[in-house]
Design a protein around this ligand. Structure first.
Ligand SMILES: [Fe+2]
Ligand SMILES: [Fe+2]
Length: 308
């Protein structure tokens, strides 16, 4: 959702409307409450005078707990993302309709993850709530979204795919069947979001090739996963990377390469100087990133198997 209306904004609105219709026909209804193991829940200490949380109450690994914390806090930050995207787009058009639908779907993600955490006692609920309060009320704002519209759309496209892969891998490696099913379901939502933004961006590459290629290159060059301002982000993120659940190599192989292929970045004709230069830098950067990622993997101290 662009912050300001560039010339292509209105022109591409019918495409947004078509992609929204397609999304609505593909998205399957699902209910967060059906994915939560309520039978494993017990009252907590506090007003209900139940049992206080203790680390030993959950058998999940430290990696799985880190993935849960980063995932739920990122998803809980939805009001900030919605505000940033909607602030300058008050119009009643397909862009706004998509934004509202996307927000409604994203809201399920934090709901289902937090309910799972509370019912299974997976992580300390007090520390988690305090981290959420700090993250969302940081004076500088939590996560910044790019203000340039094309850069912003390219960022969201990359972020949706990265989140899809990260959630899918959390489900695959967490070692707990309810957690696995929940993350697989959320990853399905993220996949449809990515497909929406990817197919929209392909149209923009046709419509305004030089600017769209420049926006893509900038988004790749500056990409950072959401949630950087979460307290303890670096440590939890490193734990997840060292375990092989989501690292630079996965980002290259499962996020960047598929997007470059789907958007036909290499094959595109009709680029001007700016577009050609952006493409060349994007492809060179992707290759450098691949080499760095392989070096990281080879130097990893102990990696007999992904930690559970
Ligand atoms: Fe999400
Ligand atoms: Fe999403």
């Amino acid at each position: 959702m662009p912050q300001h209306s560039p010339d292509w904004f209105t022109e591409v609105e019918p495409v947004v409307a078509d992609l929204l219709d397609r999304h609505l026909s593909m998205a399957q209804e699902w209910f967060p409450h059906q994915y939560v193991p309520w039978g494993r829940g017990r009252d907590y200490d506090g007003p209900l005078e139940g049992v206080a949380w203790q680390d030993a109450q959950s058998a999940l690994s430290p990696v799985a707990k880190s993935a849960l914390v980063l995932s739920v806090l990122t998803e809980e930050n939805l009001p900030v993302y919605h505000h940033r995207l909607a602030a300058n787009a008050p119009r009643d058009d397909a862009w706004t309709a998509w934004l509202h639908r996307w927000t409604a779907e994203e809201d399920r993600h934090s709901t289902v993850m937090l309910s799972y955490i509370h019912s299974t006692r997976a992580v300390d609920p007090v520390a988690l709530e305090r981290a959420r309060m700090r993250y969302m009320s940081a004076p500088s704002g939590s996560d910044d979204l790019p203000s340039d519209p094309l850069h912003g759309l390219a960022y969201v496209m990359i972020q949706e795919l990265a989140t899809r892969v990260a959630h899918r891998n959390t489900g695959l490696h967490c070692g707990e069947s309810v957690c696995a099913r929940l993350f697989a379901r959320v990853a399905q939502d993220e996949n449809l979001h990515m497909v929406f933004y990817r197919d929209l961006y392909a149209v923009l590459l046709d419509l305004v090739p030089d600017r769209a290629m420049a926006g893509l290159w900038r988004a790749v060059r500056e990409f950072r996963m959401p949630g950087q301002a979460i307290p303890g982000f670096a440590e939890m993120n490193a734990r997840i990377a060292l375990a092989g659940w989501f690292d630079l190599e996965i980002f290259h192989d499962d996020v960047l390469v598929p997007l470059i292929k789907a958007l036909r970045v290499r094959e595109r004709a009709g680029l001007g100087d700016r577009g050609e230069q952006s493409r060349a830098e994007l492809l060179a950067h992707t290759e450098r990133l691949r080499r760095t990622a392989v070096r990281f993997r080879e130097r990893r101290p102990v990696a007999p198997a992904p930690e559970r």
